[in-house]
Design a protein around this ligand. Structure first.
Ligand SMILES: [Zn+2]
Length: 196
């Protein structure tokens, strides 16, 4: 298989996950009467998704989580304490070595990190500001890109630190795609080890 063609498609797959999450958020604008159904399908408090793509020396992680799991609320931060909670949470999200522990022998190092947080997205705020009383959902999507010098050793990941940092996260639904494997798993604080 011409594996060098696989990475762009995996990355596109991750990008499309992100688009789905965004479309879901905007759907709420127009379909309030169905909000609960949509929420149950795609945004359940306590549940996050982690998409993992591995190709050659590149590892891409995409975390998509209700803001509730990460920050503890989903409204626009207004008090100083709210702002502090957002800053603290984003700082934790950037501390990827504590959240996602990779085998040292794989030689992985972070090359890029991008946080897309509905709570600090100005466009998102404008859309919602007309009715402050309606229940809102907000998501956080984080993309982590790594380069691994010895990717054959990259066969596991351990998320104990993630569940400690974000204890409102009860479950992470994992989808992993590599040239060799495609698998789905569920991780919890009691079962934080992923292997493939
Ligand atoms: Zn929510």
């Amino acid at each position: 298989m011409p594996s060098r063609y696989l990475l762009p498609s995996l990355i596109l797959t991750l990008a499309s996950f992100s688009l789905v999450a965004h479309e879901h958020g905007h759907e709420h604008e127009h379909e309030h009467e169905h909000e609960h159904e949509h929420s149950l399908a795609a945004h359940v408090h306590g549940v996050a998704t982690l998409n993992i793509a591995i190709e050659n020396q590149q590892l891409a992680l995409q975390l998509a989580s209700p803001a509730m799991n990460i920050i503890g609320f989903e409204y626009k931060p207004h008090s100083a304490a709210d702002q502090h909670a957002v800053i603290t949470a984003e700082r934790s999200l950037k501390n990827e070595q504590l959240l996602f522990v990779l085998p040292q022998s794989a030689g992985c190092s972070l090359s890029a990190l991008d946080i897309d947080n509905d709570l600090t997205d100005l466009n998102h705020e404008e859309q919602h500001s007309t009715d402050a009383t309606q229940h809102q959902h907000s998501d956080i999507i984080v993309n982590y890109s790594y380069k691994c010098t010895n990717p054959t050793k990259l066969r596991s990941m351990e998320l104990t630190g993630f569940f400690k940092a974000f204890p409102l996260t009860e479950k992470i639904n994992v989808q992993l795609i590599s040239a060799q494997a495609q698998q789905g798993s569920e991780l919890t604080a009691n079962n934080p080890l992923l292997s493939w």
